[in-house]
Design a protein. Structure first.
Length: 365
């Protein structure tokens, strides 16, 4: 979903202000120590029982460009998830596909967290109504779920992995975790098939990077330093992709100078080739309700991978470029279907976490 997104190869751009002095630099960009403290507070797993922390956990879901396109409304015995269309990304996601997948991810987090922190219940999906999804709480007591702890630890890890394979037992656990009605999952572990998908990712990236509108939209969501990431609480924090920290004025200029299809190709090739496999998700229909179901499956897959000590990252270019979708569907043995999400998975490092807005910022009266 461009839940990846997008590893910036800024090279030595951080040196451009080296002569400005350490104090002026810190004032311009903030500090990683400050950011890490902020991130720990957001992802505190010693949660307090009740609705507020259940919603906080819901906001830690995967979502496109880290736009967090959701609001939450608490009612008697229910929590609504409402689409926030002010946070659309119309260039990369013109039909709101990723937006609805993101809402499905949040719904799954909410169901898991509410069942442990408030009351168990069920998710109703109803895009087009007054809410996109509603969590209906039962009268039962909170239970336990091994995935709750994984919610705060999950991240889209946009880095090289170590190339180790994943055992058959773990692959089956991932497959079972993502078993949501009307969603198909194809796990790709054969090196030749991985290479074919890799080539589609690179082809999609080439097309997107050649589009000025795509680059303008992407830059709007990049947070080039800890200070701007904390202030906005959203967007793609450059350090979360293992890239240099830059002042907000310099970052877009460095992007224009140093980021291109040519610079991105070897990075994507290396990252996909170092992965244990790819997961391709496909809904039974191409509509918002099924996209949200895909999101629920994606989130369960990612949380289970986290619990197993694995990392995931999105490489969605072949589903974002319409001309490439038929090729990806054919590779998955599903001609005529619309692939929804592509994730790579494997064993890799932990990078800084993405920012999030506080609960107060996403609550509706």
């Amino acid at each position: 979903m461009r839940m990846n997104r997008r590893g910036l190869i800024l090279g030595g751009g951080a040196l451009l202000l080296a002569g400005a002095g350490g104090l002026r630099w810190t004032r311009a960009v903030g500090s990683m120590a400050e950011y890490e403290a902020y991130s720990r507070r957001l992802r505190e797993t010693a949660a307090k029982p009740g609705v507020r922390d259940a919603i906080r956990f819901a906001t830690l879901a995967a979502n496109g460009h880290n736009t967090q396109p959701w609001r939450f409304r608490v009612a008697e015995g229910a929590i609504d998830i409402v689409a926030d269309f002010a946070r659309r990304t119309p260039v990369v996601d013109p039909d709101d596909h990723h937006l609805y997948v993101s809402l499905g991810c949040a719904a799954e987090n909410l169901a898991i967290a509410a069942g442990a922190l408030w009351r168990p219940g069920e998710i109703e999906i109803a895009p087009g109504a007054e809410f996109a999804a509603r969590f209906h709480a039962s009268t039962g007591a909170p239970g336990t779920d091994p995935l709750v702890a994984a919610i705060g630890q999950r991240q889209s890890t946009r880095a090289d992995y170590d190339g180790r394979s994943v055992g058959s037992g773990d692959l089956e656990a991932l497959r079972q975790a993502a078993a949501i009605a009307d969603v198909d999952l194809v796990l790709v572990t054969d090196p030749r098939a991985i290479g074919q998908v890799r080539d589609l990712v690179i082809a999609g990236n080439d097309r997107q990077m050649a589009d000025p509108a795509f680059n303008r939209e992407l830059k709007q969501w990049i947070r080039f330093n800890p200070r701007s990431a904390i202030a906005s609480g959203d967007g793609l924090f450059s350090a979360a992709s293992g890239n240099p920290i830059l002042p907000s004025l310099l970052g877009p200029l460095a992007y224009d100078l140093l980021v291109s299809a040519r610079s991105e190709r070897p990075r994507y090739a290396r990252q996909i080739d170092s992965s244990a496999g790819l997961a391709v998700f496909m809904g039974a229909e191409a509509d918002p309700a099924h996209w949200m179901k895909v999101g629920r499956a994606v989130q369960r897959f990612a949380l289970t991978a986290t619990a197993l000590g694995l990392k995931c990252a999105f490489v969605n270019q072949p589903v974002e470029v319409p001309e490439l979708r038929p090729d990806l569907a054919a590779l998955m043995g599903a001609p005529g279907r619309r692939p929804d999400i592509v994730m790579r998975f494997g064993t890799g490092p932990t990078l800084p976490y993405a920012p999030r807005r506080p609960v107060e910022a996403v609550l509706l009266a």
